[in-house]
Design a protein around this ligand. Structure first.
Ligand code: AMP
Length: 452
């Protein structure tokens, strides 16, 4: 006797179903899921984003870069011309469509083409301060096979310098990338190479093709790499295929085939890196796969990475010919990008702590009159610039203080019936648990003292 029927209990205790809860099936509506490889960023994840972007932007601004934005959608021809029609990104990975006006458009798969277009279109070479140092943070889209650290929608922090050929620029860009990663708690190791200027590369490609004329060597290549050899021979160099790696063992190296001018430039970059004490490895097979690069190319690999490229945290290089090739005046340029999701994956691996949005004060209340006063007081705190929080829908004081605890606030301000009658307020130090009564008129004075 006295026991409630079992059926009713389970009904009552039933968990609120989430949309991804497999047990919950709407009888009328199928759940629409996100597209493959696209991502949501939930609030818990956003704490990492806030941390990375805050640290990154403070470093980037220190080095004089200015924030800029470009469209998500551009003309397809922009990427075909700049990134290169034969590159994997353009030939295989872009989201493209013909819009209702018949224009061929593409979701941006990388930022540099859009930034270079913007630089030319707005005549930024006329700005009084040169070189032009831009930074951009945003989403990119590549139709790749989704896996850990590889999505179809991802974000980059991108830095570009237009109008400066000095090797100090290359070194400083590498330093900035390295510092951003370090500040996020991720140790990196730079892989660096020089691929010379276009003439050097054309000559080198001839030598490489000559080398692969040897049938025995060519036979080691995978079918995919055989195709690459025809379409974009440099891409052979950073192939992950074991056979290709073996085939490359006796191949001519690009670094031995660059002009004296390019070599001097590269030596200077390395000397600056030595000065900055940045760990780097000369990687003769690093080419970076996009058409516009020349001279310095580099990638940021996780310190503990064996597999390298596969999970590179970022990469970049020089692209002195790009602006001219896109119809602008000859303009030396260099830049790099870091992948935000990959940085965050590493931060999680490294157990980097993230804090909640900083809140100093929690207002707790007990009773209807106190709630009303607390609500108005909360608005006053906001207007005066305090970082406060509340939970006015909870009436239980203990429950409210638990919320305050979770938020990690320094102080809880408590208003109850007694405090309303006496025109006072209780201030509780959440760390020590000590609480004292103050006249309500003195509350701001006391907060300023304690929050200093
Ligand atoms: P890339 O210009 O292709 O070298 O990309 C620069 C950086 O962006 C990479 O090192 C990654 O950190 C990141 N990245 C590139 N493609 C993806 C992707 N599909 N998903 C997540 N991050 C990516």
């Amino acid at each position: 006797m006295g026991r409630k029927p079992k059926k009713q209990m389970t009904q009552f205790n039933k968990k609120v179903p989430k949309t991804d809860d497999k047990q919950f099936k709407s009888k009328t509506h199928k759940v629409i899921t996100r597209l493959r490889g696209m991502r949501d960023i939930l609030p818990d994840e956003y704490k990492y984003w806030n941390l990375v972007l805050k640290k990154a932007e403070s470093i980037i601004k220190y080095y004089g870069f200015q924030k800029t934005e470009i469209p998500i959608l551009e003309q397809l021809s922009l990427f075909e011309r700049s990134t290169g029609k034969q590159t994997e990104v353009v030939s295989k990975e872009m989201f493209t469509f013909v819009d209702k006006d018949g224009d061929k458009v593409a979701l941006r798969p990388e930022a540099t083409p859009g930034l270079a277009r913007s630089y030319i279109e707005h005549g930024l070479f006329n700005l009084p301060t040169q070189p032009v140092k831009l930074y951009w943070i945003g989403n990119l889209f590549r139709r790749e096979k989704p896996q850990s650290g590889r999505q179809r929608q991802f974000s980059q922090i991108d830095l570009e310098v237009y109008g400066e050929a000095n090797p100090a620029t290359d070194a400083q860009l590498i330093l900035i990338g390295y510092l951003i990663l370090k500040e996020a708690g991720v140790d990196s190791h730079i892989q660096i190479n020089s691929i010379g200027d276009k003439e050097d590369r054309d000559e080198y490609i001839k030598k490489l093709l000559e080398y692969f004329r040897n049938r025995k060597i060519r036979a080691l290549l995978s079918p995919e790499d055989k195709k690459r050899l025809q379409k974009n021979p440099l891409r052979i160099l950073d192939s992950k295929e074991e056979g290709t790696q073996k085939a490359l063992e006796g191949a001519p190296q690009i670094i031995d085939n660059i002009s004296d001018e390019c070599r001097d430039h590269f030596m200077k970059v390395l000397e600056y890196l030595d000065e900055f004490d940045i760990p780097y490895t000369l990687n003769p097979n690093l080419v970076r796969g996009l058409d516009y690069y020349n001279r310095t190319v580099f990638e940021f690999w996780p310190e503990d990475s064996e597999t390298g490229r596969q999970n590179a945290l970022g990469g970049g290089g020089r692209y002195d010919g790009l602006v001219e090739y896109m119809g602008g005046r000859p303009t030396p340029a260099a830049g790099f990008a870091l992948g935000v999701e990959r940085i965050i994956l590493k931060m999680k691996d490294n157990n980097i702590p993230v804090v909640n949005e900083e809140v100093d004060i929690f207002i707790a209340q007990l009773g209807e009159a106190a709630k009303r006063k607390a609500m108005i007081f909360f608005e006053e705190l906001r207007a005066k610039g305090y970082k406060a929080s509340q939970n006015f829908v909870k009436d239980n004081l203990k429950a409210q203080l638990e919320v305050a605890n979770k938020l990690g606030v320094k102080l809880a301000l408590i208003l109850g019936q007694k405090e309303i009658m006496d025109n006072t307020i209780l201030i509780r130090d959440m760390e020590s648990g000590m609480q004292e009564v103050y006249s309500f008129n003195k509350v701001f004075e006391e907060l300023d003292k304690r929050l200093k």
